[in-house]
Design a protein around this ligand. Structure first.
Ligand code: PLP
Length: 417
């Protein structure tokens, strides 16, 4: 009895979600239909290691009905056109991850009780593939997106995976739909990985089944008619995130509630919301971008590049944000500071003429200059564009030079084709 107990707890339990476990159990208890069923599923669909899917197990089913591709990027409306294929993998408790599959884009079969639809157990990513001046196709620091997706998935209790394996699958998806990457240094192929709790269960609780998918689609230039500075609504009545919340994760539940505030901003002539937090009105993010200030230090008068620090789960750790910080530190032309900044400090810098430029940054736009802020009944004019925004534009050029291969080799560029 002791020997059986030890074998069961020390050997069998760790194998519980593994094919071998079901194989052994079937040998030991052949009358148990349960193990035979689990074994059949494990053998037909499971990746060799259930803690992650593997690129080596990737299956591909090509479409028999390719869609017509848009002839130019200029008329594209963001997020409305999708390429021919998608990547899908599913994780369930007993069998672990299925093999990842590239297959024709199609609707997901979702029961109306799907948990993600009721409790927003969901997370996503956003990155792009760029057609370079040399005809090669590049991703920009994509492993960072894969790691951030895994971190968001953990926050949402969704299944974990190896970011390197997902990146290999993603590269293959981009190669499969290479014809969909706009051949222009204005457009790009937008890539949207997402993960949802897909079990049909109306009960709040951790995800029991995860469906991971990646869809892609061509997008046009963010600034078709040149840079346009945005006006921001800074209203302390609204918050995007709070200490101990999920603001640092890219979960859908952080975005849905912002749409109403975006509408209120539009009613006041503002294109974006400057998200404030706390009684001291700390600035956190601009819309779905990280925010930077370029100003003269009040005490030393020296130029400083400042961005809010990533503390208390308030801010999404943007990949563009960290790239801007790394570039600025490499250039060494100004002090580069991550710290809390309040709206009264920003207003004071504007009124005393110390604020030189302000911009949001993110994958969608790279950088977005700020022209004005509506705050406590005043419209504060930000002089970002008055001298042509040299600092903002320097970042725009440096980042797009890497993305579109004007710098042929760069450690942040991941050449996929
Ligand atoms: N902040 C939020 C809330 C975002 O949704 C995004 C975009 O993903 C960013 C910042 C910018 O992040 P990244 O530079 O990784 O695109």
């Amino acid at each position: 009895f002791r020997a059986t107990f030890i074998i069961h707890t020390k050997v069998m339990q760790p194998l519980k979600f593994n094919k071998v476990y079901h194989q052994l159990m079937q040998q030991l208890f052949p009358w148990q239909q349960h193990y035979a069923r689990q074994l059949a599923t494990a053998c037909s669909s499971s990746s060799s290691n259930s803690s992650t899917f593997r690129f080596a197990d990737l299956e591909t089913e090509l479409t028999k009905e390719p869609q017509t591709r848009p002839s130019s990027v200029d008329s594209l409306v963001f997020g409305t056109q999708f390429s021919d294929h998608m990547l899908v993998a599913r994780h369930t408790g007993p069998t672990g991850w299925s093999r990842p599959r590239i297959e024709p884009i199609r609707c997901l079969p979702l029961h109306p009780a799907t948990k993600a639809l009721h409790y927003a157990l969901e997370c996503f990513e956003g990155l792009k593939a760029y057609w370079g001046v040399d005809g090669r196709v590049r991703l920009f620091r994509p492993l960072e997106n894969m790691k951030r997706l895994r971190a968001s998935a953990e926050r949402a209790t969704l299944a974990s995976f190896d970011p390197g394996e997902l990146l290999d699958c993603l590269r293959q998806l981009v190669r499969t739909d290479l014809a969909w990457v706009p051949r222009s240094q204005e457009g790009a192929l937008y890539i949207r990985p997402a993960m949802i709790a897909s079990e049909p269960r109306i009960a709040i609780g951790p995800a029991e089944e995860t469906t991971l998918f990646i869809i892609t689609g061509p997008v046009g230039p963010y600034y078709p008619t040149g840079f346009k500075p945005v006006t921001l609504l800074a209203d302390p009545e609204f918050a995007r995130a709070w200490p101990g919340g999920a603001g640092r994760s890219k979960m859908g539940s952080n975005y849905g509630p912002t749409c109403r505030i975006q509408l209120l901003a539009a009613e006041q002539g503002c294109q974006q919301v400057l998200w404030l937090f706390g009684p001291e009105h700390r600035i956190t993010e601009v819309g779905t971008m990280n925010v930077f200030l370029f100003w003269r230090c009040p005490s030393s008068g020296r130029p400083q590049l400042v961005t809010p620090a990533l503390t208390e789960d308030l801010i999404l750790p943007g990949i563009t944000r960290s790239s801007v910080l790394e570039l600025a530190r490499q250039w060494g032309d100004w002090e580069v500071i991550e710290r809390n900044v309040t709206m009264p400090e920003v207003a004071d810098a504007i009124q005393s003429g110390r604020l030189l430029e302000m911009f949001g940054c993110g994958t969608a736009c790279v950088v977005n200059p700020v022209g004005a802020i509506r705050y406590q009944g005043q419209l504060l004019q930000v002089p970002t564009m008055s001298e042509g925004a040299p600092v903002t534009m320097r970042f725009f050029k440096a980042l797009t030079d890497i993305q579109y291969g004007r710098i042929p080799q760069h450690p942040w560029a991941d050449i996929v084709a």
